[in-house]
Design a protein around this ligand. Structure first.
Ligand code: ASP
Ligand code: MG
Length: 400
């Protein structure tokens, strides 16, 4: 059996943790399995490297940024190989270049295109544990690239797909995926199984345990994932195809307080207005969601949308420069609260039940958006935790 194991930064943060991971991998190896290990940089090392760069140049060339950031993962894999050698097990570390993880050219946010498996397979055939740097690759200019923050998960899933691994385990510092952030909702419970689509929604909403592109990739190639803790032997959460499991109506509640709402009042009610507005934003790389357009009256209409609070002022300025309207309002004191569940598609009244929970808690909804398996409301940021708890209770998601 071939197993890919990925360990995040906290799992390799110091000597003791590195040996802990080494021992876990050796245990797997001694069962006779082939083991490929993917590592992130130790602890907050990537953040430290970013700070160092900022200190030298607040606007560093992107190519050089990637050149710098790849150090973090290279440090973890080499130290891990040394730990395994010390424990008497043959291991080899490989970076993105040595494996040959081919990516697109975009520095800082590259996508994996193709992985050469030959070197890894040769090393496995010699019964070595193969330890690979997460988060990095090379582009067509033979330059290092990185896959975006949290990208090591994606490296692991891509490797599992390319090597046709039998298992892909993502080790982190929590027991798995929870029904809500346990720091915000005390009764939050670990989820045993979740579908790719639900996990993708949760990851995109900022649930943090998995890089969202890793989930996309896992779904595309049918790689079953297990998210579990490196600090204990609890079962973890299995992420897999929905056909293979009983679908929960609601699996989890997530929140995103990075949201801001921009409301543009008194736009002309004529064709092309929405196009002009969102095209101007798109050209400036501003991502929007939760778009709402009012019913037209007296020849005018209103459009509001949400975006990252970091982008909100820019968005308002861009709209000011490109449109005619009466007034614009930016509100950064809002947050998005969502419920996610694959069973929503076939059950009526799920959204109503969520709204009822908010009504009971006397929390006003400013905006609503839905997908097939998600309902999101925009509320005042100060109510976020209360809303999450009310919804979590209403759907009985907690420990019983
Ligand atoms: N070390 C990188 C980061 O901190 C990649 C990862 O941890 O997945 O974003
Ligand atoms: Mg991570």
């Amino acid at each position: 059996m071939l197993v890919v194991k990925k360990f995040g930064g906290t799992s390799v943060a110091n000597k003791e943790r590195i040996y802990n991971v080494a021992n876990r991998c050796i245990e797997e190896y001694k069962k006779g399995n082939d083991v490929v290990v993917v590592l992130s940089a130790m602890g907050k090392y990537t953040d430290e490297l970013i700070e160092k760069a900022q200190d030298i140049n607040e606007n560093p060339p992107k190519r050089e940024m990637d050149m710098l950031l790849t150090i973090g993962e290279q440090m973890s894999v080499s130290l891990m190989a040394m730990a395994m050698a010390k424990l008497g097990v043959p291991a080899v570390s490989l970076n993105g270049f040595q494996v040959a993880m081919h990516t697109t050219s975009v520095y800082g946010n590259a996508r994996l295109k193709r992985i050469d498996c030959e070197r890894i397979k040769n090393e496995l055939e010699q019964r070595k544990i193969v330890i690979v740097t997460g988060f990095q690759g090379i582009n067509k200019y033979d330059d290092y690239t990185t896959l975006g923050r949290g990208g090591s998960d994606t490296t692991a899933v891509a490797l599992a797909a390319a090597l046709h691994a039998d298992k892909c385990e993502i080790y982190t510092d929590v027991d798995g995926v929870y029904t809500a952030d346990p720091r915000k909702v005390k009764s939050a419970r670990k989820i045993n199984e979740i579908t790719y689509d639900e996990m993708l929604e949760l990851a995109t909403l900022g649930a943090g345990v998995l890089h969202n592109r890793s989930v996309e990739l896992a779904k595309k190639y049918g790689v079953e994932l297990v998210v579990r803790s490196s600090l204990n032997t609890n079962e973890g959460t299995v992420v897999k195809e929905g056909k293979k499991m009983e679908k929960m109506i609601v699996s989890g509640v997530a929140s995103d307080s990075d949201a801001a709402r921009v409301a543009v009042v008194g736009l002309k009610d004529e064709p092309g207005v929405a196009f002009k507005l969102f095209n101007a934003l798109a050209k400036n790389n501003i991502n929007v969601d939760m778009i709402l357009q009012s019913v037209g009256r007296h020849g005018t209409k209103d459009i509001s949308f949400t975006c990252s609070s970091l982008d909100a002022d820019d968005a308002a300025r861009i709209i000011n420069d490109s449109m005619e309207f009466e007034s614009i309002d930016v509100n950064k004191e809002v947050s998005k609260v969502s419920i996610v569940g694959a069973g929503m598609q076939s059950n009526a009244g799920v959204a109503a039940k969520m709204f009822e929970a908010l009504y009971d808690a006397n929390i006003n909804i400013r905006q609503i958006s839905t997908s097939e398996i998600r309902v999101t409301v925009l509320i005042d940021a100060k109510n976020t935790e209360r809303a999450m708890n009310a919804i979590h209770d209403k759907f009985d998601l907690g420990e019983n």
